[in-house]
Design a binder for this molecule. Structure first.
Ligand code: CP
Length: 303
C-alpha cells in the first residue's frame, strides 16, 4: 500500500511490464473473470479514469461504486464496505481515501477473514503509489536509468502524497533528490531524502523538475492561506518562461495534475516541448495495467 513495500527488482519488473503494454504487448488471458471496483472517497479525474481504462484493457469486470450514494452515507465503515464487496464477489478494490494510512485499519481488523485485493489510489497526504510508478516510467523512458539523476520536487511538499512516494522510491533507485518551494512547507521529514535549495539555484543543474499542486483544500485557515497570492507564488516558486529557458536542454518538467495554471507553471508551458504532463497521464494507464496484473498474479486469482 506504500511504495516502501516495493524493492528495486519489483519496480523494474513493473516498468518492464508497463512498457510492454505501451508497446502493444498483449495481456495474458486470466482463467476466470476478475471483478474490480474503484472506491474513490476523494475527488479524482485522472487516477480514477486511468484505473478504469487499465481494468478494461485487461478485460476485468468493472463494477461501479459511488461513495455519495453508497451505505457509507449510513455510517458503514470502509472495512464493512469491503467485507460486503468481497462477499458479493468483488476480487479487487482500488481505493482513494482522505485519511492517511486508511489501509492500516483494514489490514489490522481483529479476526478478519476479508478476501479482497487492495490497490492504494492515494491516502490523504500519505502515499500515491500509482502516480509515483507512472512518474518513474516517464523518467525511465527519458533517461533509461535513475542513478545520479538530479530531481527537484518543488512546491506544497508538506501536503503532497506524490512528493512522499516519489522521494522514497527515487532515493532507493539512486537518484539525487532536491526540494524547493515555500520554506514553511519543507518539514524535517524531508531532510532524510534530499537537500532544500532556492529554485533559481536548482533550475540550471537539474534533470527533472517535478512540480506539485498547491493543495488549498488541505491547508488550515491561517492568515498566510488567506493572503495567498497566485501571482507571488508563481514569481517566487513557479516555472516561469524565464526559468524554463534556463533549464538544461535535456531536462524535463513533470506535474501530477491537476495543474493550477499560472501558479505552479506558466499556462503556455503545460504542453511545451520539455513538459511531460500529457505523457505522464498516458503512461498512467499502462503502469496501472502492470500494477493490477501484479496484484492478480500475486493473489493467484487469475489462473
Ligand atoms: N494526479 C492525480 O492523482 O490526479 P487526480 O486527483 O485527478 O486523480
Amino acid at each position: 500500500m506504500t511504495v516502501e513495500d516495493l524493492n528495486s527488482k519489483q519496480v523494474y519488473n513493473l516498468l518492464e511490464r508497463a512498457a510492454y503494454f505501451k508497446n502493444g504487448g498483449r495481456k495474458e488471458n486470466f482463467k476466470r473473470q476478475i471483478n474490480v471496483a474503484n472506491l474513490f472517497f476523494e475527488n479524482s479525474t485522472r487516477t480514477k479514469l486511468s484505473f478504469t481504462m487499465a481494468e478494461k484493457k485487461l478485460g476485468l469486470n468493472v463494477f461501479p461504486f459511488a461513495a455519495e450514494t453508497s451505505s457509507v452515507q449510513k455510517g458503514e465503515s470502509l472495512y464493512d464496505t469491503l467485507l460486503t464487496m468481497s462477499a458479493i464477489g468483488i476480487d479487487l478494490a482500488v481505493i482513494r481515501h482522505p485519511q492517511n494510512n486508511y489501509y492500516q485499519h483494514i489490514l489490522e481488523q481483529p479476526g478478519s477473514k476479508l478476501n479482497i485485493g487492495l490497490l492504494n489510489a492515494g491516502d490523504g497526504s500519505g502515499q500515491h503509489p500509482s502516480q509515483c510508478l507512472l512518474d518513474l516510467m516517464t523518467i525511465h523512458e527519458e533517461f533509461g536509468h535513475f542513478n545520479k539523476l538530479k530531481i527537484a520536487i518543488v512546491g506544497d511538499l508538506k501536503n503532497s502524497r506524490v512528493a512522499r512516494s516519489n522521494m522514497q522510491l527515487l532515493k532507493k533507485l539512486g537518484a539525487d533528490i532536491y526540494f524547493s518551494g515555500p520554506s514553511e512547507w519543507f518539514t524535517s521529514e524531508f531532510n532524510e531524502y534530499g537537500q532544500y535549495l532556492p529554485l533559481d539555484e536548482l533550475i540550471p543543474k537539474i534533470d527533472v523538475l517535478m512540480l506539485l499542486r498547491v493543495q488549498h483544500e488541505r491547508h488550515e485557515e491561517t492568515e498566510a492561506e488567506k493572503n495567498f497570492s497566485e501571482i507571488k507564488y508563481h514569481q517566487q516558486f513557479g516555472l516561469t518562461v524565464a526559468r524554463y529557458q534556463k533549464m538544461k536542454s535535456s531536462a524535463i518538467v513533470m506535474h501530477p495534475g491537476p495543474i493550477n495554471r499560472g501558479v505552479e507553471m506558466a499556462s503556455e508551458l503545460v504542453e511545451a516541448p520539455r513538459s511531460r504532463f500529457v505523457r505522464q497521464m498516458t503512461n498512467g494507464v499502462y503502469m496501472r495495467m502492470a500494477m493490477l496484473e501484479a496484484v492478480i498474479n500475486g493473489r493467484h486469482i487469475g489462473g
